[in-house]
Design a protein around this ligand. Sequence first.
Ligand code: C2E
Ligand code: CA
Ligand code: CA
Length: 902
Amino acid sequence: MGEAVRSVETRFVTGSRIGALMTVAIGLAALAGWAFDLPRLTSVLPGLVTMKANAAVCFVLLGTALLLVHAAPSASRREAALAKSAVLLIVAFVAAAAALTLAQDLFGLDLGVDQLLFREAAGGAHTTNPGRMSPGTAVAFIVSGASITMLLFDRAFAPYVAQTLASAVGAQALVVLSGYFFDVPALYRVGEFSAMSLNTALALLVLALAILAARAGGGWMREFSRDTISSRFARWLGLAALAAMLALTAFHVHGVHFGWFDRGISQAVHAIAGMVTTLILLWFFVRTANRTELRAAHLGRVRVILGAVNNMIVRARDFRALAEEACRIATGPGGYRLAAIGLLDRKSMRIVPVASAGEPRDLADTVARRLTLAIGAGTREPAAGTVLSATPIAIADIASAADMPMREELARAGLRACAMVPLVAGGEVRGVLTAYAAELPVFDDEEIELLREVASDLAFALDYIEKEQRLNYLALYDALTGLANRTLFLDRLAQHLAGTAQAHGRLALLLLDVSRFRLVNAAIGRGAADSVLREIGARLERAHEPTRLARIAGDQFAAIVPRLAGERDAVRVYEHLAERCFGSPFAAGGQALTLDVRAGIATFPEDGSDPETLYKSAENALLEAKRRGARYAFHNPASDAAAADRLLLESRLRTALANRELRLHYQARVNVRTRKITGAEALMRWQGQDGALVSPAQFIPVLEETRLIHEAGAWAIAQAAADALRLAQDGLHGIRLAVNVSQVQLRERDFAQAAARAAGTRPGPGALELEITESAAMEDVEQTLGTLRELSELGFALAIDDFGTGYSSLAWLAKFPVQSVKIDRTFVGAMLHEELVARVVRTITDLAHGLGMTVVAEGVETEEQAARLAEIGCDEMQGFLVSRPLPYEDFAAFVRRLGAGS
Ligand code: C2E
Ligand code: CA
Ligand code: CA
């Protein structure tokens, strides 16, 4: 853009120099005319008014002055100063000559200065005498001189003055010219005095234009020197109008002078020429405006693709689906006719088509399939260049690209241009995105840049998905046996429990322990022991549905027995597994090893209704079996210490609620850049009678299970409301307190009303924010939406807590009436070591900002993290770096010290 502006300005300056030269030339021509008696040069046409010799000298001088003005900026400082003085000298001289002429006219003097150069012919008429310039010309010289002087000043107002004066001169010249054109002598003659000649008017016009163009980057000429459609149009219109005026005047003066035609004809020509010129200019204007507008609309559509892809990658779990969606958007709202995405398979060094979309369908398929040809000896496929060089390739006109394969088919389908953009992740080409368009011109730098961004986001998503799949696998499966690990098993157990509970059925959990395996380990070595475990896993898999199996720890396995009719079923399954897996010996280190297995059995619903409890029961049963030396044992509730602990905790919590042993601590939330406190999160603490603080991570789950959370949660809202009021009364304003809401509370039907009741009217819900975890919000989106709307109407501010952990879609987030998004602290923790995580944080931030939400980072512990967050554009943060959660008094003191403000 800057470049373009400069180039328009440079063109103006060049024009200005040419104008100055022309002024000098016209002056010199007139002088020559007087010297050699050539009327053509003094008056254009014999018989017309002549340019006087002193006027001619003034033109030569002023043209030179303007040339000096242009020379000054590029000269050395001394030369520039010299040029400036010369300009001032010239202007002063011209002004003096003009003033003298005016004085002679006003006072009827004749000092003879007009005849210094050429003697006036005795008794000659004004028109043929070299003598005195007309008073109009004299005024024009004075004004032009002043205008040129203004060009020497470096102040912003100077070009305005210069241009205004110059346009006055230009206007005067136009008046004179039209006097000749319309045969109205009053327009070029002032009273008795000599008239301004046609060539003088022309020279004045040229000089005025040259001055106007000299500083086109400033003053009001700036509007004509911009690189916009309107400026360009105005320039052409102005030039065309002047050129038409001059051409028509010349046409008229000649025609009438030589008697070719009369005035009526030339005026008719004038009118028609004006209309034709206007229409032609209009056409150019419309064409330029249309191109620009279509271009802007098109780029807007590419931005739509970018936005949509950005939005998708956060929730994408499958690259193929993402690629297909991206192609669909590219050919739908994106405005391309065809789009295809292929991935590079490093093993076969081939591009594998992944997705395509567009019309005609079979051509889209062909284009996608041909991506396979992109690598190979002597291929002419444009995608090959993209893949090999990692740079985008654009073909602006398919029809004239002789080398383009399938040129005819593509052209016949109306495809005019295409682009191939590499998918680059971690500096490596991973694939290619191609897009075909029907209209020209497309795929300029700006568009390619946008497409490149789309491609880079896709590549990022690909990278992310792959890494996540790997991580998921490692996180959920046992690497040795390939069976589910404990985490995945408990998750599957939870699903089984839910299903069984719904069917009012029963279920058994078998915890299997390979007897004496530790001894085996010591006897045959780690490696051999591992192969035995692998073999156990394989045998188990053959004997039992694999999705109901897991390797829990070293030599412990687990199995789910669904649809249990009675305890006997569980025993039967145990016997079956023991027989199939441990009935025959294992080959280990050249020996045949006979092993046996013990089991602890727990049943649902008797021994526990959630996975953890049931698992705990099975563990206790296994211990019991070992103690008794039995092959298996069922869980005995009496020995369930965990349940006892739980019961104790529950009753202590009831007392705690009654005795008001719960406290709220406040953790400050600050603006990332200013570090001013904008709010605080209320975190529940339980101070038992022994004075020790119990962590909410321990007691919140118990509160939830016993539904005591309703009472405790309402208390927290009421307490935070009271503390908000206290803050205001203590003169600490602008601090919003945030209260956590449990999933159990959120699912309660009239939670919004209960929250409003708890908050009361002073200070009212407005001062409070409620934090809903992402996973709670996504559990039942419809219900959440209703509750959040209600809360919002009641005046609560809302935040999505632990964002990034719940795999929710940002499309849903857009529907929630929330003000802030709190990025989970696992992201903040990993951000500095994992570029991928940093990109996710950036994407979440950008998208949340797009939705007008504030982004809060949680668990910020180091300045390094804070700096990165600031760079990413995150708005607020909380964490140990700023402050630990503090009791109210300490928090209030902290605010006083740091200051509040958003
Ligand atoms: P949360 O909502 O994610 O709260 C943030 C937790 O991160 C708090 O743990 C806080 O002390 C801790 N934290 C803050 N800054 C840092 C930091 O820089 N580094 C590290 N490592 N941790 C930091 P806390 O207080 O133990 O609370 C744990 C969870 O208990 C909360 O997680 C929230 O889910 C729940 N909770 C706390 N108070 C309430 C409550 O009043 N109602 C409900 N329903 N849940 C609550
Ligand atoms: Ca929270
Ligand atoms: Ca949180």
